[in-house]
Design a protein. Sequence first.
Length: 511
Amino acid sequence: MTVAADSATGAASLVQSVDWLAIAPPVIAASVALLVLVADLFVEERRKPLLGYGAVAGLVAALAMLVPLRAGDRSTFCLTGAVQACSYTADHFALVIQALVLGGALLTALLSIGDTSKLPAGEFWFLLLSSAAGAALLPAARDLATLVVALEVASLPAFALVGIKRGDRRSSEAALKFFLSSVVATAVMLLGVSFVYAATGTMHLTEIAARLDDVPGQLSTLAEAGVVLTLVGFAFKTAAAPFHFWVPDTYVGAPLPIAAYLSVVGKAVGFSGIVLVTVIAFPSYADVWGPALAVLAALTMTVGNLAALRQSVTRARSAVRLLAWSSVGQAGYLLVPIAAAAYSSDAQIGSTVAYALMYAVVNLGAFAVAALVARTHPGNRLGDYRGLYATRPLAALAMGFFLLCLAGLPPGIIGLFAKVTVFSSAVDAGLGWLAVVMAVNVVIALYYYLQWTAALFRTPEPSPASDEAPAAPVHRVPAPVTLAIALTAVAGITLSGAPQLILRFATLSLF
């Protein structure tokens, strides 16, 4: 009888509840991905664009399902025994990051509609939606197994998306570099995860935090190595220096909408993972990961901004390269509040999330304008943006606004306030040296952002045969691209009109 009772109790402890509403956003994205892939088999070639609109509708539906979850108090896949731990938690942190990644995927889809004529439509939309589903799952993951699976579901389709341009050598090379670097990152991270599991005997993040406080002496070195290796793996994913080498070539070789997707959604995935493992799972080792992330932040922002400063206006695809290096520099800013959390409190994470929201909106807008310019200037050089105001005044104004937001200058007030919150987090945590490094890098970034902004409003260069500026042909802009630019511009202007929202958001408790 006792054995039977113990067996029943053990079985009951493994029963996990399922809250279908809580998991609806990633499930909807994954379901629509499968529907699009199957529908591709039966849709005529001339109707292939309908698949893109179906993907957009699926992402809108996934975003809409975040509304009933706004209380941030739902969990699922929970153990029902003495240990109360869940594998999926839809708290405020998860919901905000899910809104960011699904919104980023939606804008990527809008940029891609009409630009996939030379790409396999069914495969493209399936891969994009699958990656978005993984990206939406990751911030809600609360155990290491779910975290790794979500990260790979988000990453594996991205490899194929980067190299999806058939017969394009640059695209294939970019996909190979991205794949090899990501495989190394995954291997290192899995080794770290296995070490952490060996030292603690559990996968759930909250349980890991509790057991790391009392690791036996003979396992302490193993636990420390696991923490370090796990962070190194995520550093690859976030393109933190010196693990950033794949970024410029990958962005240049990928289709431009996918470069925009990687710059925002890919970074959100990586930073979500870092936040979860450091703040929730490894608070006992803050003395290890805090200084490491502070050094990574300083190195990343410096390398990114100095490389962006060196981009030539005549080099092919120099505009995309500048945005790529700029994204590396911005990654350094995003790391600052996470490092500061090791020295003060978890409340600093709000500054990272607030900055990520600002960056997502304006960086996607900048890529949207770059996608528009690429339709008439496939080389996408920085020099191609000179005089853009003369031919496309609204696009030039939007691009100028986005660049000023990234620089943190008026009228891009939202960028200024986001940088202030990050700077304040470093000062409040006693990381004065990191705040000084950040201030120097902000000044460096001002040069190339302002130089690009000024070029938008200069007089176009005259052709060699004439002293007058050439009248560039005005091509019809696809409605989805116009909508993407308009959405990001409106969001940026609205936030700049109420910058106190960023300050308020940075002080919220997200967990």
